[in-house]
Design a protein around this ligand. Structure first.
Ligand code: 5GP
Length: 131
């Protein structure tokens, strides 16, 4: 059965899309830790990121780098934190999280509650910064 992220890639489940190419896809996390929290995934379904073949893993990280630079231009922050957890959704994904302090990376923090309008605005803002 397709993962929830494959359904997002296929447009069966809506998302706030940030970027896409033939192999990778980036979209806002629905439960953001901070404004601009983005997930970057390979379109191929592989649960564990370190099971990706080397070429796909490297290209995923390069794609994430491009997205991270766009996020930092769009969202005021000190850094883009990077995390891989993968305990909830069995489809490899990289979290890109705008941070100002170390505690912004604590996944136990309460998630932001943002309106559809705010999420659309953030996504649009980041999309505009993608070169
Ligand atoms: P992890 O697998 O890394 O522990 O967590 C999965 C992440 O995916 C969580 O941050 C969660 O908010 C996000 N997530 C789960 N389901 C959806 C969804 O349907 N849409 C989006 N945009 N994010 C999701």
């Amino acid at each position: 059965m397709a993962t929830i992220f494959t359904k997002i890639v296929n447009g069966e489940i809506p998302c706030y899309k940030i970027a896409e190419d033939d192999r990778f896809f980036a979209f806002l996390d629905i439960n953001p830790m901070t404004k601009g929290h983005t997930l970057v995934i390979p379109k191929t379904e592989k649960d564990y990121i370190f099971d990706l073949d080397e070429a796909t893993y490297s290209a995923l990280m390069l794609f994430a780098k491009k997205v991270a630079h766009a996020i930092e231009k769009a969202i005021p922050c000190k850094r883009i934190g990077v995390a891989v957890i993968g305990l909830e959704v069995p489809h490899a994904h990289v979290h890109l999280i705008p941070i100002n302090q170390e505690s912004d990376m604590n996944f136990k923090n309460p998630k932001l509650k943002l309106s559809v309008e705010e999420m659309n605005e953030i996504a649009e803002h980041i999309r505009q910064k993608i070169g």
